[in-house]
Design a protein. Structure first.
Ligand code: BGC
Length: 459
């Protein structure tokens, strides 16, 4: 039953997309099946360009049944968040396995599918909400029971015409930069993952194995501006990513680019203030607690600069960045309509100008007041392959109380609205919404607010 309403609509559009945009984009105007399959297999610089993206039928059905009919035909990513997800779907209401999604993509006439590989050993070392199923040492199991079976499915010739856009292991490598060693933000779990090398090896293996498949486009996670935007983190992250991309048989040719802001809330662009602003003769970098010496105030400027840094670190010059805009819209009544006054303090100026209404940039769980961001768009800005909805809107980031589950997920107090924080959010309130289910499960109240506070608004 899941497939009825928009499947038909999508199929009609897709026939057109396949007949025109895709083949022309591939530079082939010949007729006939042979021509179309060789055109389809050609590797492109930006897999979003001219593509018809797969609409995740699990998510779409849920969204449509939850008051989200207006957005239910937007493409969102398929999350492979544990071994079982390969066959029988990810957490919560998701029931389709990888083959089901690929087959559904073919039926939709889609020629691109977004997925997230998210199951490293010792996953989520600086938080508890998305702790996974593999222990810190289970790298062999990660390779043979997670990445290899995924590779087997993706290399089925039946799917050769689908561009597979693969976001690789979110949060993992950035955690090894900021949450280790003598830093105040360090956790023992991240120290273990740095010492045993299993994040780096796992990412390298995933890039190498999946990157061998002609139609796979790998994007490595780079956190977001409120994490990697400081000088101490920026260059070292690019170097660590390069190390991972040249490990376990991977090369930089296995990397199509980077993924920013995945499942986070950073604004794509802050329209009313800029990093170059000063208040009372002092840069806001120094004067504002919100900025606090960061080099960037939004995801677009961060992503474009990171791309350059990565190229200097040894990545190919044609890499691009995907920015997750599923929940970074920040519309609604709290959204400023213009720059604040500069006659007070830098804090007053920035706090009244910023559209990102979080209490602190380090807050990440089910943020109260957030809205849907830009609808998915290909090539929205130089260096940016797409604005994409990687985190499916409506799926929780973590439970606001302890909830028993068999998915390995813990209770992170950053998801508890009464929590007063830790060094990673400089001891601010969490800003999380109450009554949330475990991560990946449907959170109706958040979904409704995301639609309500969407920016651009949902018509
Ligand atoms: C969860 C996953 C889920 C994903 C997408 C993550 O936070 O840990 O289980 O698939 O979000 O909602």
């Amino acid at each position: 039953m899941r497939k009825t309403r928009f499947r038909r609509a999508v199929t009609a559009v897709s026939a057109m997309a396949l007949a025109s945009g895709f083949m022309i984009a591939a530079g082939n105007t010949a007729n006939g099946d042979e021509a179309s399959s060789s055109a389809a297999a050609a590797r492109v610089d930006n897999p979003y360009e001219g593509a018809q993206l797969y609409v995740n039928e699990d998510w779409s059905r849920q969204a449509a049944a939850s008051g989200g009919q207006a957005i239910a035909d937007e493409p969102t990513a398929v999350w492979l968040d544990r071994i079982e997800a390969i066959d029988s779907g990810s957490a919560g209401e998701n029931t389709m396995g990888l083959r089901d999604h690929l087959d559904a993509a073919l039926e939709q006439g889609a020629n691109a599918l977004q997925m997230v590989t998210y199951n490293l050993p010792g996953r989520d070392c600086a938080a508890l909400a998305s702790n996974g199923q593999l222990g810190p040492e289970e790298i062999d199991k990660y390779k043979s029971e997670f990445i290899d079976p995924i590779a087997e499915i993706l290399s089925d010739p039946k799917y050769a015409d689908i561009r597979i856009i693969n976001v690789v292991e979110i949060d993992s490598l950035p955690n090894l930069i900021t949450n280790v060693g003598s830093r105040e933000t360090a956790t023992p779990e991240c120290d273990v993952m740095k010492a045993n090398g299993n994040y780096v090896k796992g990412v390298g293996y995933a890039l190498a194995t999946l990157g061998d498949i002609e139609n796979v486009y790998n994007y490595i996670d780079i956190g977001h501006h409120g994490w990697i935007g400081w000088d101490d983190n920026f260059g070292p992250t690019a170097d660590l990513l390069h190390e991972a991309a040249t490990t376990e048989g991977a090369t930089v040719d296995d990397v199509a680019g980077f993924a920013a802001n995945t499942a986070n809330y950073g604004a794509t662009e802050e329209p009313y203030f800029s990093i170059d602003d000063s208040v009372g003769g002092k840069s806001i970098r120094e004067g504002s607690k919100w900025v606090d010496w960061n080099r960037y105030v939004d995801e677009l400027s961060f992503s474009q600069a990171f791309r350059e840094e990565a190229v200097s670190a040894g990545f190919n010059s044609d890499v691009g960045v995907i920015i997750d805009t599923s929940r970074n819209g920040w519309g609604g009544s709290e959204r400023p309509t213009g720059p604040g006054s500069t006659s007070g303090t830098a804090d007053e100026y920035v706090d009244s100008s910023r559209v990102d209404r979080r209490i602190h940039l380090g807050n990440w769980c089910n943020q109260d007041g957030a809205g849907l961001g830009e609808r998915p768009t290909a090539s929205p800005a130089p260096g940016i392959d797409a604005y994409a909805w990687i985190k499916p809107p409506g799926e929780s980031d973590g439970s606001s109380k302890e909830i028993d589950n068999d998915e390995g997920k813990g209770f992170d107090r950053m998801c508890d609205p009464t929590y007063e924080g830790n060094p990673r959010n400089q001891n601010n309130m969490s800003g999380a919404k109450a009554d949330a289910p475990v991560s990946g499960h449907w959170f109706q109240a958040q979904f409704e607010e995301l639609i309500e506070n969407a920016y651009p608004p949902v018509n």
